[in-house]
Design a protein around this ligand. Sequence first.
Ligand code: ARG
Ligand code: ZN
Length: 474
Amino acid sequence: MTHPRRPVPGRSGVLARRTVVATVPFALAALLGAAAPASATTTGPSGVGDPYFPLAGNGGYHVAHYGLTLRYDPASRHLDGSAVLTARATRKLTRFDLDFKGLKVTALTVDHVKAAFRRDGQELVITPRKALRKGEEFRVAVTYAGTPQQVTDPDGSADGWITTDDGAFVAGEPQGAMTWFPADNHPKDKASYDFTITVPRGSGAVANGVLLGQRTAHGQTTYRWHQAEPMAAYLATATVGTFQVQQYRTSDGIQVYDAVDPREATAAAPVLKKLPSVLEWESKLFGPYPFRSAGSIVDHAPDVGYALETQGRPLYDSAPDLSTLVHENAHQWFGDSVSLTSWQDIWLNEGFATYTEWLYTEQHGGKTAQQKFDALYARKASDGLWAFPPGDPGSGADIFGTPVYARGAMTLHELRKAVGDTTFLRILRAWATDHRYGHGTTSQFVRLAEEKSGKNLDALFHAWLYSDGKPATS
Ligand code: ARG
Ligand code: ZN
């Protein structure tokens, strides 16, 4: 498959980009589009200025907490929801947006006062009765209902509230969160979450974080979940189905909750059993596991075709193999705890999670990372692996392409060869530690690698992350 390429700003590479950031921030902001500072405007922009997903996220405020109350009936596919967002205005706001698609909004208040709203594609445009002052904390309550509709991502995959034969596989990367709750739907804005999910007795409802309680009354079961550590909206889930549940604590005190579709149970059991040892191994490499909760949601969703690193509890469309389990849990450090600032930097998630698979295999008696690298490097120049550089996929359609995963991992392998094993692991660990619960960018990673190694690595990263075609290797 050939990847249609579209020139985007910032293709000139790490060096050039770094200069731009350091010297002309306003030019950069303008380049990035909608997020340019607009102190005169009091209407929050409809996106945070991510060129890959221009409408994703919203400007003018940050969300601190989402309180989601959902009631879902798998038989009728009807969802009743209410979302209470606690946010803070970063400028004076006479109007602001949330990302929300499909479901009917039946009531909306800002600070308990009815607010005017309209729908405009994926934007829920809200005009509070009284303008919000810069720095003011405010509360938005949205009540909604209907049949959630999944969205199709630019790469053709289903995303969002994806109906299954016994419930819903609820994923959100990169866009799907807006199909089931109103959000500032960009990884730039992370918040804590509470979920209260009611489903018919016999169904399970699994979200992120720790299970606070579970109660059955009048044929309905309500599950209460709490996600304390900051989370990007795309990592939220509220997966519904028939599940076998297992709960335990690891020796590090992490609360594990596994929910497995009975049809996947036999195949999943031997892999899920390895989770504590995988997390322990990853913690040794990258520093303490970032969350209180861990586990797996193994659904039976044959049409989905991917797994997702939902925070604190990855979501699988079928019984995962060990590599997939290692990959999704590596994302807990790389992607979930350390979040993207821009979707273009997706290799910081996928390249790192893929390289963790390689390291795991290497340290558990399998092929070495060098062997994996060599097998990939042997692919001819016309292979899809070299279709575009991983640091610049070009558009949202390619963020989950092979170059992002495989050439992204190869980039880390080149770095490892350049700086040596000890320094390489020190860099990965520092990355996870320094940006824990926060954000990172590619140029910050390059800077960190240079600091820790004392080497100039611009040529390496330029070749592997930003240059077209097959790079030369050292
Ligand atoms: N981050 C997920 C994984 O690697 C992939 C998500 C794919 N999503 C999509 N809409 N294609 O592990
Ligand atoms: Zn991944």
